[in-house]
Ligand binder design. Structure first.
Ligand code: HEC
Length: 139
């Protein structure tokens, strides 16, 4: 009887370790995050705070990801803090390439999904409020 109990405890402990590890790397599964991935935003953008980006970025360096540009990494910000300085109206216009940044640049990609999808995506982007520490330029 005692051995069974010890065996059970061992199994539970092992499961906790496995689950804990899975959770640490698991990517956000909310509808907004799924749309972000569905529309391939992560080919250019990481969202480190939500577990999005690192693997895809590493992959993008090996393979042609289908975007016709050489500078996927150059200037595509990690969007962990996308919701800090923007509001809903601006974000909708941005994704439709109808507004420019302070530097006069419009977005590289126009969002091609449905309006309802853009709504969900924008709502999710606006929840991203983890400040990103700028990395020094990679050469
Ligand atoms: C081809 C690469 C590329 C793809 C794909 C892409 N972006 Fe971007 N995005 C950029 C670049 C480059 C910038 C920086 C623009 C600048 O500051 O001049 C940017 C900036 C942004 C910003 C920050 C704007 C700001 O100044 O606050 C948001 C939010 C954003 N993108 C959302 C998205 C979403 C959502 C998708 C998917 C629907 C997406 N992006 C797909 C290249 C891309």
């Amino acid at each position: 009887m005692k051995t069974i109990r010890i065996a059970c405890l061992f199994v539970i402990a092992a499961l906790l370790v496995i689950v804990g590890r899975a959770m640490a790397v698991e990517q956000d599964q909310s509808p907004g995050a799924k749309l972000f991935v569905k529309y391939k935003c992560q080919t250019c953008h990481a969202v480190q705070s939500k577990g999005i980006g690192a693997t895809v970025k590493a992959k993008a360096e090996e393979e042609d990801d289908g975007w016709d540009d050489d500078d996927d990494d150059a200037g595509s910000p990690d969007l962990s803090g996308a919701g800090i300085k923007r509001d809903s109206e601006w974000m909708h216009l941005w994704l439709r390439k109808k507004v420019a940044t302070e530097k006069g640049k419009k977005h590289m990609k126009r969002f091609k999904g449905k309006d309802e999808e853009r709504q969900v995506l924008v709502d999710w982007l606006l929840t991203l409020k983890t400040p990103v520490v700028e990395e020094p330029e990679k050469k």
